[in-house]
Design a protein around this ligand. Structure first.
Ligand code: ADP
Ligand code: MG
Length: 240
């Protein structure tokens, strides 16, 4: 099987001296639905930011679909979609414009982008809101807009950074269905979450990251050995 994401000895020290990643090794295979678990400050968003070309790494290697982010950054970026932790679109723009603008960043013309945008608006239940300004959307719709925006350039690897934080149960379940289908269609998905049952439901393999290091990696069975994921998680993340 092909490697979609290969991370080797990845280190990140922020300017203030904070060691956010202390030598992470991680390989994600084509078609996986993978969870990155860990408490606030563990380094999850930093790992994602580096993999998406948004955060500069201090050391180590990252390749997406075989493209090294240092040598083939543009090719690597073309394969990656990101749903960031915080809403970061312009609230004064319309839903449709946000999607077309995003396509433009990848050099995709309006004409080329239009069919994919139609599909995404429909699948994510945003058709009727296409001409609405983003500021008028409900929280759940904003979240769906972020997912649509991450997919306009048809990435093969989608990162979701805490996509369901503060999302109500109904929308969460809808999102799971959408993400499962997306994954079945061939897109590799990596999500970070605080909800352990979310990882258990959606993902075969997961990593528990704590203080910039991967402490556990494997299938749920390999990680828990019959214990509950919660007890293992608490054990791993309580160590200083
Ligand atoms: P997580 O997403 O798991 O909560 P982060 O990757 O956001 O963790 O953060 C890891 C560590 O790096 C934290 O201690 C955080 O305070 C620090 N950090 C994150 N971003 C920055 C930044 N831009 N500048 C300085 N420190 C940062
Ligand atoms: Mg984070």
């Amino acid at each position: 099987m092909k490697n979609t994401l290969v991370i080797k000895e990845l280190k990140k020290t922020y300017d203030e001296g904070k060691e956010a990643l202390k030598g992470v090794n991680l390989t994600i295979l084509d078609g996986e639905f993978f969870a990155l678990l860990g408490p606030n400050g563990a380094g999850k968003s930093t790992l994602i930011g580096i993999s998406c070309g948004l955060v500069r790494k201090t050391n180590g290697h990252v390749a997406v679909q075989g493209f090294d982010i240092d040598k083939d950054g543009d090719a690597a970026k073309a394969h990656v979609g990101l749903v960031p932790q915080e809403f970061n679109f312009s609230i004064f723009e319309t839903v449709e414009n946000i999607l077309f603008t995003q396509a433009g960043y990848y050099g995709i013309s309006r004409k080329e982008a239009a069919p994919e945008i139609e599909i995404l608006l429909s699948k994510l239940g945003l058709e009727e809101k296409r001409n609405a300004k983003a500021m008028t959307l409900s929280g759940g719709m904003k979240r769906r807009l972020m997912i649509a925006r991450a997919l306009v350039h048809k990435p093969t690897l989608l990162f979701l950074d805490e996509p369901t934080a503060g999302v109500d149960v109904e929308l969460r379940l809808e999102m799971y269905t959408f993400l499962r289908e997306l994954n079945k269609s061939g897109v590799t998905v990596i999500l970070t979450t605080h909800y352990l049952e979310e990882a258990e439901k959606l993902c075969k393999r997961m990593a528990i990251i704590h203080q910039g290091e991967i402490k556990m990696l494997g299938t749920i069975e390999e990680i828990t050995h019959g214990k509950s994921l919660e007890s293992v998680y608490l054990e791993v993340t309580s160590t200083k």
